[in-house]
Design a protein around this ligand. Structure first.
Ligand code: TXA
Ligand code: MG
Length: 342
């Protein structure tokens, strides 16, 4: 299959590209598109044959349910059994935006493989002009996981999708780099006290201002069986070379680089901009602020695969605010491993 990547932004006449995307989706094909978090790989969420193609293209395990994207508020009640007060408050406060809410699903409306056998469904309204325009022109719900091969970092640029899925999908709508850079927050609102299943740019602190207490299980609590998103158990976000975490301390990082190089390793360093003066073989910036770090992280992890680095050092951050989302992704990419200074 030939894969087309079409640039869609305000400066080019993109009407034709949107029509092409809508026609392909209606014909049961897959289309990748940008959201404010990461690129999604979409299929019409009521077409089971189309949705199954997503799992095949990504190499995704079939027990990992997909998020359904909607373009208008009114559609929500078509797919979910009950919209609680807390859910309404979150919609008002955070939609369109980087938030996926888990609801009890209305039976026999969405394709079976969207929910992977669960009686719940994750729904979100993305805040990106291309995603919203596509959804509104289509007028149907779109199931879309991140548009990467399963296990790889999520794509934050059209070209990342191309690297992973060329030959497997017909069309990528390329709207440039996404803004947030980490996937949406997933919150389960079907529980008495809502639980954050996957941290993202809508933080615990932000929810609590709107709906009162919410739980955010730690990594260990999740392992001990707290409610979770099925997808969080899989290996994720890993470049080819092993990733090792390290404190954001220039002396420690400098020593680690030196020790690794003495052992014959070629090192890629992911760190804040002012670590640039150190001497790894490759340096990829995580920027200055936590927002920069979220936006740069997946690009930097992917960039390691374009080098011959055989070890990746990545500096950590706090778990305050969006830091919780960053550390969740970093810990997964490293499989929880830290560099131990000799
Ligand atoms: O930002 C995002 O959410 C991106 C963009 C494209 O919208 N999408 C995304 O989808 O990250 P995906 O499939 O890569 O991640 C979806 C996560 C998985 O961890 C999945 O297990 C969880 O959401 N999930 C989906 N439906 C669920 C459900 N009914 N109950 C619990 N977890 C669910
Ligand atoms: Mg994903």
């Amino acid at each position: 299959m030939e894969t087309q990547r079409l640039i869609v932004d305000n400066n080019v006449d993109s009407e034709k590209s949107y029509s092409q995307a809508v026609d392909l989706l209606n014909a049961g094909e897959l289309v990748a598109f940008p959201t404010e978090t990461v690129y999604g790989l979409g299929a019409i969420a009521t077409n089971n044959t189309a949705v199954k193609k997503i799992y095949a293209a990504k190499g995704r395990p079939s027990d990992n349910p997909l998020i359904v994207h909607i373009g208008t508020f009114d559609e929500l009640e078509n797919y979910v059994a009950d919209i609680s007060d807390k859910a309404r408050k979150c919609m008002d406060a955070f939609w369109p935006g980087p938030l996926t809410m888990i609801f009890k699903v209305k039976p026999n409306v969405l394709a079976e493989s969207v929910t992977a056998g669960l009686d719940t469904v994750g729904i979100r309204m993305p805040n990106h002009p291309v995603a919203l325009k596509l959804l509104q022109k289509l007028g149907k719900p779109v199931a879309a996981p991140s548009a990467n091969r399963s296990g790889k970092p999520s794509p934050t640029e059209g070209i990342h999708v191309e690297q992973d899925l060329t030959g497997k999908i017909p069309l990528i709508l390329d709207g440039g780099a996404t803004g947030v850079g980490v996937e949406s927050t997933v919150i389960d609102l079907t529980l008495e006290t809502p639980v954050i299943l996957r941290p993202g740019a809508i933080t615990k602190e932000m929810f609590e201002k709107v709906i009162g207490p919410v739980k955010q299980p730690t990594h260990i609590e999740q392992k001990q069986g707290a409610p979770r998103a099925p997808g969080m158990k899989y290996k994720h976000y890993a470049p080819n070379a092993p990733v090792l975490l390290i404190e954001k301390d220039k002396n420690q990082v400098a020593s680690a680089i030196q020790q690794l190089q003495q052992q014959g390793h070629k090192v890629a360093l992911l760190a804040p901009q002012d670590f640039e003066q150190l001497t790894p073989e490759w340096f990829f910036t995580l920027g200055e602020t936590q927002e920069d770090m979220a936006a740069n992280l997946f690009h930097a992890l992917r960039a390691c695969d374009l080098t011959t680095a055989d070890v990746v050092l990545a500096t950590v951050t706090t778990t305050q605010g969006v830091g919780a989302a960053i550390m969740n992704r970093l810990e997964k990419s490293a499989g929880g491993k830290w560099y131990k200074l000799k």
